[in-house]
Design a protein around this ligand. Structure first.
Ligand code: ZN
Length: 136
């Protein structure tokens, strides 16, 4: 089941510069910092109301984010939706003809399990499904 917006991913070249900028705009007191090795990205995130904003910079030239910036410049990279039963949902979407980038969920930031849908299938919007970690 796909629910509300969990976060917006913004592709940036320089994380430090971007953090300074968003700190000014949103008066951010503290960023959550994380490196996601699987995705080859450094993330700084903060809450804008209910929605997390993830500033995402590449750690490597062959990171998907580096390729995105090269092709389209900095900007909104993806919209992520909180999803329950993410692998069941992916199966359901694949069966209904939606093209998936990740056929099964992978480890993302904030201990979430994540998967991307192919923008070819979703009107050009890169959508991410993310399942929150089960509270112990
Ligand atoms: Zn994301």
């Amino acid at each position: 089941m796909i629910g509300g917006v969990n976060h917006l991913g913004i592709a940036v070249r320089d994380l430090e510069k971007s953090m300074a900028l968003f700190q000014q705009i949103f008066r951010v007191e503290k960023f959550h910092r994380e490196t996601v090795a699987d995705q080859k990205v450094d993330i700084a995130s903060f809450k804008a109301g209910e929605v997390l904003i993830e500033l995402t910079a590449p750690t490597d030239a062959d990171s998907p984010i580096a390729k995105f910036i090269e092709k389209r410049g900095e900007g909104i990279h993806h919209v992520a939706f909180t999803t329950e039963g993410i692998n069941d949902e992916l199966q359901h979407l694949a069966a209904s003809g939606v093209q998936l980038i990740n056929p099964t969920a992978q480890k993302g930031a904030h201990d979430m399990m994540i998967a991307f849908l192919h923008p070819k299938s979703t009107n050009g919007v890169l959508m991410e499904l993310c399942e929150l970690p089960k509270k112990a």
